[in-house]
Design a binder for this molecule. Structure first.
Ligand code: FNR
Length: 342
């Protein structure tokens, strides 16, 4: 058991990791991060009860496994073989048994399961999830130990720091005792916003007292090129670094060789969106976050007017690719229907 735990921690040691981001970290973005060299990439947070009302489908047209809403077909989680050894599924939960059921559902398809204990949004807090868990040690214990004992994949959680260092260290030790493989620490309190400085010193203290790998998060303001990732790791004394916004703005920051032009990144992202039928609103939201101030340019303004993925594709010269992929997908659907009706 101890050896197994040790091995499970290894995948979080000395790594560069892309953080969970709602609407951004769906399959197309995750595959792009894999292309650019990420070691691990988290999914967006999915709340347990959504997954529990989903059914699993092998999608032979796209070559994916989908967990979709039974009632309206909404995709909660789409994944494929290429990301299996790198994708960490993040769950929003406040209940050990529900969390375990979801863990069992995704276990064959992912490299790990992470519990979100840092989200400060009202929707999470009201549901007793995210950062609401930080002040409920018994709940934390019950969720994490149930997952660690019940799953064969590594279990981790992602927290925010508390108001004082002793409280934070106590929380981290309690989490470590639950047998998790690693802990992600966003160096801000629940009340602090992204504009506030990240408490790298607190992460450093946590890294000193824990034996499991600490994954430092919250450094995007100080990570503006690839080499800064290493600097952030050294400054926090953590084992690994997890980046969110810096990866969202230009995901090629992950490349040790350096940035690619933003247009290339957007084009490659859109190709995956088309190939994997990513929801239009998610694709647009992600491109908007990549464009940032470039939304004020004539092309940016044209982009803001778009209402379909096809319209976005035209702006990045992908109209032919869009049409070919759509035709391929329709053809695939037709032949599947034909096989099923035979
Ligand atoms: C987030 N964050 C987040 N955190 C989490 O645990 N689950 C989630 O689903 C999300 N979703 C999300 C969406 C978007 C658009 C952003 C920008 C952020 C928080 C994120 O993972 C990270 O903790 C913070 O952004 C701080 O890290 P950076 O940005 O300084 O690297």
């Amino acid at each position: 058991m101890e050896v197994q735990k040790c091995n499970m921690s290894d995948q979080y040691r000395g790594k560069v990791i892309v953080a969970p981001m709602v609407r951004v970290c769906t399959l197309p973005f995750r595959l792009l991060t894999v292309d650019y060299g990420t070691d691990l990439v988290y999914t967006e947070e999915t709340v347990d009860y959504k997954m529990l009302r989903s059914i699993k489908r092998q999608n032979d047209v796209l070559g994916t496994v989908d967990f979709i809403d039974k009632s309206d077909g909404t995709v909660f989680f789409r994944t494929c073989e290429r990301e299996r050894s790198k994708v960490i599924f993040q769950i929003g939960t406040n209940d050990a048994q529900r969390a375990l059921k979801v863990g069992k559902m995704v276990e064959p398809y992912v490299a790990g399961l992470d519990v979100n204990m840092g989200c400060p949004k009202e929707f999470s807090l009201k549901g007793g999830m995210g950062a609401a868990l930080l002040t409920q040690p018994d709940k934390i214990k019950s969720i994490l130990t149930t997952l660690v004992q019940g799953l064969t994949i590594p279990v981790t959680c992602k927290i925010r720091i508390l108001d004082s260092l002793p409280e934070t260290l106590e929380l981290c030790k309690l989490i470590e005792e639950c047998g998790v493989a690693a802990i992600g620490v966003h160096g801000r309190t629940r009340q602090e916003r992204p504009r506030h400085p990240n408490h790298n010193d607190v992460i450093r203290e946590i890294a000193k007292v824990l034996t499991i790998p600490v994954i430092a998060n919250g450094g995007s303001r100080e990570i503006s090129r690839h080499d800064d990732i290493k600097k952030f790791q050294q400054d926090t004394g953590a084992s690994s670094v997890m980046i969110a916004r810096a990866a969202m703005w230009n995901c090629s920051i992950l490349r040790p060789e350096g940035f690619l032009p933003l247009d290339t990144v957007i084009e490659q992202y859109l190709r995956y969106c088309i190939q994997y039928d990513n929801p239009f609103t998610y694709s647009k939201y992600t491109v908007q976050n990549m464009l940032r101030e470039l939304q004020d340019t004539p092309r940016g303004k044209a982009f803001l007017e778009t209402q379909t993925l096809q319209e976005i594709s035209i702006i990045w010269g992908l109209e032919d690719y869009f049409k070919t992929q759509l035709a391929k997908q329709n053809e695939g659907r037709k032949s599947l229907n034909f096989e099923m009706s035979e």
